[in-house]
Design a protein around this ligand. Structure first.
Ligand code: TRP
Ligand code: SF4
Length: 520
């Protein structure tokens, strides 16, 4: 009996927030409220980007943990649910850092220098020296955050779209450079956020001290709304005003029922409502959202130890587990696998051990796969397990393959730039015959991989051009354009192997089995 983890086919969503301390209404409307909704439709990952915070606040990390907890408590109070979503702390999942480091090897400097927020923030944020390596690499860390979970969607505000775009470019570069499909290109889910102005009429932001907190007591919320600026609207209450220009009008749009919104807008425009009353209504509307959050937060605060423990556990048990799956594949790409893997074969010296490498009985399932899929696996198996360590086979670079078909037809290049076409036998029924199809192109070496389901071993023949060139060029001449040439290997009763091209010829290729000299 095998216990399998429940697999979901839901699309994956990931987003993060910097640990800025308790959240305000702008954070809620611009992100959190949307996240709460996404939880029911997607497999969600939400995290506190504490490493990101250090890219700008490295000189003054004090209170980072306090701010992290403050954000998490607001998340939970507002309805992020750890039983639905994976909620975690970035710095507890070291895979983010590992992927960031590996991405940094292959990301051109210019890509990072060109990210719009880089120059902007360097100029705008005064009093901090942002000419650091970490700050330049910040969007790449974000790319690692997103790609380490192979996320499909990233809910963000407009200011983060350029970072998601960079993430897509990194994914594309990785996939094409290493010929994999490991990383999907994530899409930004733009959060439609209504404009929210702070109490003083400027953008709501902690640094202006003009925020209304998401988990503030109703009395405080009401007081703040009552003393809010109207941005110069209706200085005399007998004058009509424009609610679109007033911060209180914004609050109504974001928090009031359609009726209250319509009433206050009309009242403002024809001066039949006093601002004070309009503000009382706005305060009530805001409190209808924040009051339950306020109470919930007080309850959560009394369980702080338990909440922290869950956050820590989920970071490791859920987030890091998922991230580690990706990193296993990434490490293989960079040949940093933690398993001894294929290097082992270099040290396998006895004939018994070598024969073991040709035994595919643990891969019996491959034969049920589609031919192309099977060919790809066998080709990879051959390259990683049978070809000796010191034979260098590369593929022609800077070509991006879209279909599996073309990938299978792309030859390898030896260190002397000879073109090696590698292909797998198709026919399974007859015991002493293997059939191949070879494109009518020029190759210096053919490597023919024979495998039959019955005996579950792989035989490989690396055949140099001189053995096939004559029959092959005759066959090419009489073939139609783009037609592949049928090639066979036949085994005689004397256990010798013969090559036949388009039904002709019978070169003895026995001595080329398992011979890698032509590939050196
Ligand atoms: N850079 C984001 C911000 O400042 C936070 C963030 C870090 C993020 N990593 C992310 C957002 C990954 C979405 C996905 O708001
Ligand atoms: Fe602002 Fe309301 Fe006064 Fe209009 S009535 S100016 S929306 S506070």
């Amino acid at each position: 009996m095998r216990e399998s983890a429940p697999t979901t086919s839901l699309k994956r969503v990931l987003s993060g927030m910097r640990p800025t301390g308790k959240l305000h209404l702008g954070n809620y409307m611009g992100a959190l409220a949307n996240w709460v909704k996404l939880q029911d439709k997607y497999e969600c990952y939400f995290f506190i980007a504490d490493w990101h915070a250090l890219t700008t606040d490295y000189a003054d990390p004090g209170k980072l943990q306090q701010k992290t907890i403050d954000v998490v408590l607001d998340w939970l109070a507002a309805g992020l649910d750890p039983t639905k979503s994976t909620i975690f702390i970035q710095s507890h999942v070291r895979q983010h850092a590992e992927l960031h480091l590996l991405f940094s090897m292959m990301t051109p400097l210019g890509w990072l220098e060109r990210v719009p927020t880089y120059k902007e923030q360097q100029e705008n944020i005064k009093g901090k020296d942002l000419s650091t390596y970490g700050f330049l690499g910040y969007p790449l860390l974000q790319a690692a955050d997103i790609l380490v979970y192979r996320s499909d969607y990233v809910p963000v505000g407009q200011d983060q779209v350029a970072h998601v775009e960079l993430t897509r470019e990194v994914a594309r570069r990785f996939n094409s450079m290493y010929r994999t499909q490991l990383f999907p290109e994530p899409e930004a889910l733009l959060t439609p956020s209504p404009k929210l102005t702070g109490t003083d009429g400027r953008k709501m932001s902690k640094s202006y001290g003009n925020t209304i907190g998401l988990s503030e007591a109703p009395a405080v919320v009401n007081y703040k709304v009552l003393s809010m600026s109207t941005s110069g609207q209706r200085i005399r209450q007998t004058d009509p005003g424009d609610p679109d220009l007033c911060p209180v009008g914004d609050l109504h749009k974001a928090f009031s029922s359609p009726e209250v919104l319509a009433d206050t807008q009309r009242g403002c425009r024809n001066a039949t409502i006093r601002c004070e009353f309009c503000k009382i209504l706005a305060g009530n509307s805001v409190c209808s959202v924040t009051e339950p959050i306020y109470h919930q937060r007080i309850k959560l605060e009394s369980r702080i130890e338990e909440i922290w423990e869950q956050l820590r556990d989920d970071s490791i048990q859920k987030a890091a587990k998922k991230a580690e799956e990706t990193m296993k594949s990434v490490r293989i790409v960079f040949d940093l696998s933690h398993d001894l893997g294929s290097v082992r074969r270099h040290f396998l010296l006895t004939p018994e051990q070598k024969k073991g490498l040709r035994d595919l009985s643990t891969h019996a399932d491959w034969w049920d796969l589609a031919p192309d899929e099977r060919s790809r696996l066998l080709r990879d198996y051959w390259k990683t397990n049978l070809v000796p360590y010191d034979v260098q086979l590369s593929q022609e670079s800077n070509r991006v393959f879209t279909t599996a078909e073309r990938e299978l037809e792309e030859p390898f290049l030896t260190s002397k730039k000879k073109r090696v076409f590698v292909t797998t036998s198709r026919d399974v029924m007859q015991p002493d015959k293997w059939e191949f199809e070879i494109p009518a192109k020029t190759y210096e070496i053919w490597t023919l991989l024979c495998w039959r389901a019955q005996d579950k071993t792989i035989r490989d023949f690396a055949i140099p051009q001189k053995l096939f060139s004559l029959d092959f060029s005759l066959a090419k001449k009489s073939s139609k354009k783009n037609e592949k040439i049928p090639v066979r290997i036949l085994r005689s009763e004397g256990n010798r192997f013969f090559l036949s091209i388009a039904g002709k010829g019978g070169q003895d290729i026995t001595e080329f089995e398992g011979d890698y000299e032509p590939l050196r």
